[in-house]
Design a protein around this ligand. Structure first.
Ligand code: ANZ
Length: 807
């Protein structure tokens, strides 16, 4: 058959996709010898299907999976559906279609779209979190945590989304708004289910050290966990038998404490309040209950409060300190009470000004200084003590220790964490039922294992707003305890969908196991996930929850590794051609189906990766994809050159290409790999002939990026089997002209190491290699690189500034 003038993508895309599937080319082996578990964050299958922005991460992970196969690795590369969630329930209320049905349709559409990209998923392992076969084990997980004392029901102030009509976890409230729908979240006092993630605060913090994750994600997790070292101070209160405990990180400022403040929800408040201020305090408490914790913690928020009428005794001076109530103190942190040191804390300073409370300076930045009068602003730094009796002149650090000793039983060193327990119950239908029931006495009973899963009833009425349809499922609501015959009522809340995704990676090695959620033996072959790819918006949600659940299971000896994801690679968003976030409402959504049918799957894949660095945001451009398609046609025509013995130039060019594709792919610099392929194809195009060996190598190097074209060329060359199962060419060092170059690496002007790279290595790859030097990485911790200067062959100079503190 004569060769077509341009590469025929429509026939070839379909042909290879069918063959790969028919021959089980993507199947992971049962007994891997060189395992590589490469995992994407699985999507929520929405009704509108995938757009080109959703798939960039999947293309990147597919390149890694295909590359690992070329290295001879046994690859586990699965996909599934995180299919519980509110949109399906909303859709049911509007369109009258059961979520069970719409979810199936949507995931079938997603599967079709992903397959059309030639993604090498092992579809035999597909998971659907909303299927009873899966959520039976989510329910097992709930019961496991319950039995371990790590799942409990408790009352308290929670975040309530009035639009979604459900509570939310703290992690789902971003800047006071619902993470899903953007509505203003309000506070409500409700009884809810929690998972005790706080029991793992220290471990989750320490575990970060060994992870190969981007530093900014680790910083977000560290700040979210928020470890604070400080002390408890116990204050005696006039006419109260209990002492009032405060948590402070600045015990050294104790002599500067001029009043105390308790949170409006503090349990001792009612005993502190004297009769005459009782009504004012009650009004204040009422008003405070509507503000979110976030709002309350803003430093510049106008300060409000009421004097309780009681006084506490300063433990060292015996002075009487008035006790106030104010909502700038949160009940959910420390002890819910603070000693206020207005001269050295901004919020205390503003409050003291507002209510004319004394301000006493006890720390100065420079030894020997002792300014008079009231300061204009608080000084929050460290320094030396003044107005602090025997401690004057001591450093703040030393004073902390001395005061702690002096306090005796009235003080105690204490570490606290900002992290709160994970609120997991939701007042919605489309989630896993919580496998628990209540006796008439209120006592909780676990639904016995033999009756799991507790399946969602289908005969329910959906309403667009208001209570969960489960509240109206009268027959389902009742449950008879088989042991006692007592009629109990089931829990009507369902689990947060983040519970389903906190353990799914443990199920892929044995997706159809019936007797257990996962198999330790199989996990010890595959875990931890070698590379996990997804959005960094999950930094303190999914990525934290998954680490917690993996640790809880690890401690029980059920899984082999404490950490689930060895390496995490964030994916940058693709914006619409208008530089805006792609969304249906903005009309800037690009559909991959159309792009594939016009330009082919390989053009879409290569273009998505060529657009820019994988982890950065970038806008879609139609001219860009045309250029990439032209490159693929050039590759196609290159194979029309006469066959000849390889010249020196050809061998050099191939060696450089092999080197570049290898190093760029390994460092996830996919754009650099694609441009190296483009350069090489241009260079080969200048030659009078091309050797068979070069053709074979080029097809293999191309195959992770443009697998359909690569298979077509491989077939034309008369090769047996798939190119995806070939062996990656080695770099022929002898043909790398100037073999290597050594770069000095500077951070903020100081030399921190050196890297040796192949001559001509692209600048961004050199920078990436430089940043991986341990000594360089150490100097970049908690910083952002704002400038990268590369002097070819000589120097990498990084300019970094400290990251903002993230609350
Ligand atoms: C006295 C003091 C003096 C404080 C000073 C600060 C500066 P981090 O570092 O975030 O842990 N605090 C304690 N519990 C609180 C609560 N429930 N709500 C609001 N604020 C609370 O912050 C610890 C500091 O935050 C504590 O140290 C306490 O104020 C305040 F010059 O105590 B400090």
């Amino acid at each position: 058959m004569p060769r077509s003038a341009t590469y025929n993508h429509s026939d070839n895309d379909a042909r290879w996709q069918e063959r790969w599937l028919a021959r089980g080319a993507f199947q992971a082996p049962q007994a891997p010898r060189h395992p590589a578990y490469i995992l994407d964050m699985f999507p929520y299958p929405s009704g509108s299907g995938l757009h080109v922005g959703h798939v960039v991460g999947y293309v990147g992970s597919d390149v890694l999976a295909r590359y690992a196969r070329l290295l001879g690795k046994d690859v586990l590369h699965p996909m599934g559906w995180d299919s519980f969630g509110l949109p399906a329930e909303r859709y049911a209320a509007k369109a009258g279609v059961l979520p069970q049905v719409s979810t199936q349709e949507n995931s079938a559409n997603y599967r079709r779209q992903l397959q059309a990209l030639g993604l090498s998923y092992d579809w035999d392992r597909e998971l659907t979190t909303s299927s009873p076969e899966y959520y039976r084990w989510t329910q097992w997980l709930f019961q496991f945590l319950y039995k371990q004392g790590l799942a409990y029901r408790a009352g308290g102030l929670v975040n309530w989304c009035p639009e979604d009509q459900t509570v939310l976890a703290n992690e789902q409230v971003i800047g006071g708004k619902c993470e899903r729908c953007g509505s203003q979240v309000v506070q409500r006092n409700l009884e809810q289910w929690y998972f005790k993630i706080t029991a793992f605060a220290e471990e989750l913090l320490e575990g970060l050290e060994d992870l190969n994750w981007p530093e900014h994600i680790k910083t977000l997790q560290r700040n979210w966990i928020g470890r604070s070292e400080g002390a408890l101070v116990r204050f005696r209160v006039n006419n109260l038998s209990e002492q009032l405990e405060v948590f402070t990180t600045r015990l050294d400022t104790l002599y500067g404490a001029t009043y105390l403040v308790v949170a409006p929800e503090h349990p001792l408040l009612s005993s502190l309040v004297t009769a005459e201020v009782q009504p004012d305090v009650a009004t204040y408490q009422e008003a405070a209950s509507t503000a979110s914790a976030l709002e309350r913690s803003f430093t510049d928020r106008p300060k409000t409060g009421v004097f309780t009428g009681s006084y506490a005794l300063h433990p060292l001076t015996g002075d009487l300190l008035p006790i106030w109530v104010s909502d700038y103190v949160l009940m959910t942190y420390g002890t819910g009470a603070v000693m206020a040191v207005p001269a050295h804390d901004e919020r205390d300073f503003a409050f003291a000004r507002q209510f004319s409370l004394p301000i006493r300076r006890v720390v100065v930045p420079v030894l020997g200084e002792d300014p008079e009068g009231i300061p204009d602003a608080p000084y929050a730094g460290q320094g030396y003590l003044v107005n602090s009796r025997n401690l004057n002149g001591k450093s703040t650090e030393e004073a902390f220790t001395l005061i702690l000793a002096e306090l005796g039983a009235a003080g105690e060193a204490r570490t606290t964490y900002r992290l709160r327990d994970w609120l997991v119950s939701r007042q919605r239908y489309w989630g896993s039922p919580i496998p628990i029931a209540y006796r008439a006495s209120g006592e909780q009973v676990l639904i016995p294992d033999s009756q799991l899963p507790v399946v969602l009833p289908e005969r329910v009425t959906f309403s667009e707003k208001g209570a969960s349809p489960l509240a109206g499922a009268d027959e389902w609501k009742e449950w008879v305890d088989p042991l006692t015959g007592e009629v109990c009522h089931r829990e009507l809340d369902t689990l947060d969908t983040f519970v389903c995704s906190s353990w799914y990676y443990l199920r892929y090695p044995t997706p159809n196991l019936t007797g257990a959620p996962f198999d330790r033996e199989a996990l010890s072959k595959w875990m931890p996930v070698q590379t996990y790819i997804g959005g960094d918006e999950h930094a303190v949600m999914h990525l934290l929850y998954a680490r917690f659940i993996c640790r809880a299971l690890y401690h029980a000896g059920l899984v082999p590794t404490p950490e689930p994801f060895e390496q995490f690679v964030p994916v940058g968003k693709i914006l619409g051609p208008d530089n805006q976030k792609m969304s249906k409402s903005k009309g800037n959504v690009v559909n991959p189906d159309e792009v594939i049918s016009k330009y082919g799957a390989d053009a879409l894949r290569c273009y998505e990766l060529f657009m820019g660095p994988f982890d950065q945001e970038k806008p879609w451009s139609t001219t860009g994809i045309v250029g990439v398609r032209r490159f693929l046609d050039k590759v196609w025509r290159l194979y029309e050159l006469p066959v000849g013995a390889a010249s020196e130039v050809e061998l050099q060019c191939l060696a450089r290409l092999t080197q570049a594709v290898r190093s760029s792919t390994e460092l996830h610099k996919f754009n650099t790999a694609v441009s190296a392929l483009m350069e090489a194809v241009n260079a080969f195009g200048q030659l009078p002939s091309l050797a068979q060996e070069t053709r074979r190598s080029l097809a293999i190097l191309l195959s992770p990026y443009a697998p359909h074209l690569a298979e077509t060329l491989w077939e034309e060359l008369g090769m047996q089997g798939f190119v995806m199962h070939a062996q990656l060419p080695e770099v022929q060092e002898a043909y790398l002209i100037e073999k290597t170059e050594t770069y000095a690496v500077q951070v903020n002007g100081k030399v921190r190491g050196s890297v040796e790279v192949a001559a001509g290595t692209p600048a961004d790859v050199v920078v990436a290699a430089a940043r991986q030097l341990p000594n360089v990485a150490r100097h970049l911790i908690d910083s952002r690189v704002v400038k990268e200067i590369v002097v070819p062959g000589k120097l990498v100079s990084l300019v970094a500034t400290p990251l903002h503190e993230v609350n």
